[in-house]
Design a protein around this ligand. Sequence first.
Ligand code: NPW
Ligand code: K
Length: 500
Amino acid sequence: MYILTADEIRAVETDCFKYYSTEAELMLKAGTACAESIIEKYGDSLVNSSVAVLCGNGKNAGDGFVIASLLYAYGANAKIVLCDKEPEIAEPLKYYNEAVMSGVPVEFFNNSVLSADYIVDCIFGIGFHGEARSPFDKVFETVANSSATVISVDTPSGTNATDGSACKNAVKADFTVAISTLKFCHVLPPSNALCGEIKVVNIGIPDDCYNDDYATAIMIDDIKKLIPPLEYNSNKGSNGHLLCLCGSYKMPGAGVICCESAIRSGVGLVKLTVPKSAYPIVASHLVQPIFNPVEESNGMYSEKAIDEISNDMQWASAIVLGCGMGVSDDTRKITEFVLKNSKVPVILDADGINCITLSIDILKDVKVPVVLTPHPGEMSRLVSKSVEEVQSNRVEVAKDFAKKYGVLIALKGANTVVTDGETVFVNMSGNPAMAMGGTGDMLSGIIGSFVAQGINPYDATKAGVVIHGLSGDNASKAISQRGITVFDMIDRLGALMSEF
Ligand SMILES: NC(=O)C1=CN([C@@H]2O[C@H](COP(=O)(O)OP(=O)(O)OC[C@H]3O[C@@H](n4cnc5c(N)ncnc54)[C@H](OP(=O)(O)O)[C@@H]3O)[C@@H](O)[C@H]2O)[C@@H](O)CC1
Ligand SMILES: [K+]
């Protein structure tokens, strides 16, 4: 599934109009597909309910006039609410006239929308930019105060389809029906939080109107192709050796979480090389890995552990470095040693990332694939920008960094961005319940496990973020969003792997 900017979808539509369809035909298909999705989702509850279809001055309103006619015909008390004026563009005007002819009531915007059961938001689509100009500022304020179920058509009005920004009082939808493809407002903050459930409807634009260099949402079916079935004659050696350099006296759980997630996602053998004082704690929670308790300083790896770590590295087919490791001169030296000397891919997370922020250029000399899994705070330190700057340019920041340093990036947060600096993938699984300590350690363990099993690091990262998000979704559904722990997610990870 592609994710497009406003200009990219306009170019697609222009090609479609050139060769395949008129604007009016496409608008009818868009409005019809949206109405069908609304009926499919809300069904009989629409009948006799009051539905205010709020229409602006652009073509998003054209979809709205089609939707109003179809919901009216379905039995809803649907009415068209003109937010500013009667339509002037030919195609919306056509469907407006048809709606009026079919008896759909029309009114100009007033506070009666506050009592509607449903608001269908066709105020703006991909054409919105900046702050809402009068009279739309007032419309947005009123919608924000309504208790109606809000359905946005294509984009929540007031969001910018290209950069994901949102104006004051931008519409907050319960359900967004995206037309043809996702747009960036569906996956970038802050507007991704305004979409509610998202459904993408196909309106029949032929494939050859699209290029193939767009950002892509990672879908579950795509991931299934990336994970090969287990070999019938496999043994613990052939399913990969993952070395985890994670945990410290103060953060032993990171090692437990990382290793257990790796095991639950299929790796043959895991070795946890851990500072000595953390060993009794991790081993009391997890017994399946091999342990190597090593020299420590202040509860973190000591530089003196480098020989032991070096030996363990010869054994590994992938390495996860950094979860709960702590930052000290010694852990910085160990991180640099691992990066410079590893012959296998390295997944660098958390304190592994923090350990290289002052010596970032070492990434340019690393000979093996490196996956960095920063959260926005870690990314902000890596690029010396504020968290706000990172979050308002997630795709560009991640892509530029990956390209400059020749690494793979999974920039975490809602809709994790995965990139190799050339192509961009965005994750659609997961939920806010996962915003808690330990979920990052889990993600690193899953990615490390897949890489150790021989999946190429880019595919392993894509698969890891999707499956990690799904385990969060499953745990939240079974328990609650506020009430889950990382171990509730790990408990579901094993069963979830049956789908892959
Ligand atoms: N192409 C097709 O045939 C198809 C299109 N489809 C549908 O069309 C939608 C795109 O339509 P669209 O391009 O007309 O944009 P839309 O958002 O409806 O309105 C733009 C108007 O809003 C105005 N405006 C902008 N910002 C503003 C602000 N801050 N405050 C106030 N006004 C502001 C802007 O004025 P401007 O500022 O740019 O001069 C302009 O007048 C798309 O999302 C999909 O739903 C589908 O049916 C498939 C077929
Ligand atoms: K809209």
